[in-house]
Design a protein around this ligand. Structure first.
Ligand code: ATP
Ligand code: MG
Length: 363
């Protein structure tokens, strides 16, 4: 035991209210995230499939990881069809001289959006894209009205069940925030969100941010539904800002009042003289003008001007023909991506190198 906490070493740890993970049969490894492994499992009593996410405790000297505690607290308080359901927490049997391992038990979803997007056989119709975006926005509307920001919006964290129900997942970075106040600034960390989906305010060191950071990710994913690969694949923060400027125009106080007071604004060399080209660049890929309008409003540099989930949901895009349809029929044609072996799925973050997809970012 590496614990420095004397109390824990001297008391045998028992967890009477938290079940043993052995009630779930482990079937296959389906994901390797930054903070733990994810397995497909089955409940021995009910035969129901589940996802079992191990909580990594390696680096923890101070006990249970705070990020996992946050994730539990937030997920326990959220009940929504489009948010992944946390069934329970489990532990492994406590053996002498070793620590228990802890697990999240989630409802199982057959697909994640990253897998669906890189599967060239999956052909979306406009009505499928509407359904995916609408369900994602329902989830975000729910969390944002509850003052929670997700802080890691990306296709790998968006799950879809075989019945076509989208579930926002991975609340490991999410946070309950206090609404912005004039007299006091929040000081959240700006090192959140996977870089390709990270908004310009975080890249410039903003610490008093809000739900708009998730909406930038929605804009990137919205475009990705047609383009089928991440639209801005930066290698460093500097590079990501260059790609953003090239697509959305130079980052200047005339389009984004107050940007010059962000901590990194004067420390990073930002491209000058770029004009905004969201429409021009995306038009060849995205024939739907109502969708282009929304993407344009989601990829607004200034977070205060960026459209929120409520207003996207009210837009004509979702109420014009063709109407939103159930995804069930589309997905029933494809096996769960988790039935493939892990190596052939190329788990997480490798999309741009996928050989059978001509995947040139459009920046
Ligand atoms: N309930 C679930 N059903 C099916 N697959 C799941 C489920 N939860 C997670 N996965 C799979 O496992 C992957 C990693 O899970 P998750 O994102 O929760 O972990 P993480 O460690 O926080 O990941 P990362 O750091 O990569 O974002 C997901 O991208 C998804 O492919
Ligand atoms: Mg994840």
């Amino acid at each position: 035991m590496t614990h420095s906490n004397g109390l824990e070493q001297s008391l045998p740890l028992e967890f009477p209210y938290i079940d043993d993970v052995s009630q779930y049969e482990r079937i296959d490894k389906i994901g390797q995230g930054t903070y733990g492994e994810v397995f497909k499992g089955r409940c021995r009593k009910t035969n129901e499939f589940v996802a079992i996410k191990l909580i990594l405790m390696n680096q923890e000297k101070e006990g249970f990881p705070i990020t996992a505690l946050r994730e539990i607290k937030i997920l326990q308080g959220l009940r929504h069809d489009n948010i992944v359901r946390l069934i329970e927490m489990c532990r492994s049997t406590v053996e002498k001289s070793s620590r228990s391992k802890f697990y999240f038990i989630f409802e199982f979803c057959d697909h994640d959006l990253a897998g669906i997007l890189r599967n060239v056989q999956v052909k979306f119709k406009l009505e499928h894209i509407k359904s995916i975006m609408q369900q994602l926005l329902y989830a975000l509307y729910c969390i944002h009205t509850n003052h929670i920001i997700h802080r890691d919006i990306k296709p790998a964290n968006i799950l879809i069940t075989r019945n076509g129900v989208l579930k926002l997942a991975d609340f490991g970075l999410s946070k309950l925030i206090t609404p912005p106040r004039l007299d006091q600034k929040n000081r959240h960390t700006y090192r959140v969100v996977t870089m390709w989906y990270r908004p310009p305010e975080l890249l410039l060191g903003e610490r008093d941010y809000g739900p708009a950071i998730d909406m930038w990710g929605v804009g990137c994913i919205f475009a990705e539904m047609w383009i089928r690969c991440p639209i801005m694949q930066g290698e460093t923060e500097q590079h990501q800002l260059e790609l953003i400027s090239s697509l959305c125009g130079s980052i200047k106080p005339n389009v984004w009042p107050g940007v010059d007071s962000l901590p990194l604004y004067n420390k990073i060399k930002l491209p000058e003289g770029e004009r905004r080209k969201v429409y021009d660049r995306m038009k060849p890929y995205i024939p739907e003008s109502l969708a282009l309008d929304l993407i344009d409003q989601l990829l607004i540099l200034d977070p205060k001007q960026r459209i929120n989930a409520d207003n996207v949901l009210r837009s004509d895009f979702f109420y014009s023909d063709p109407p939103v349809i159930d995804l069930k029929e589309l997905l029933s044609k494809y096996h769960s991506m988790f039935d493939l072996k892990e190596t052939s799925r190329n788990v997480n973050h490798q999309r741009s190198k996928f050989p059978n997809l001509s995947c040139d970012p459009i920046y």
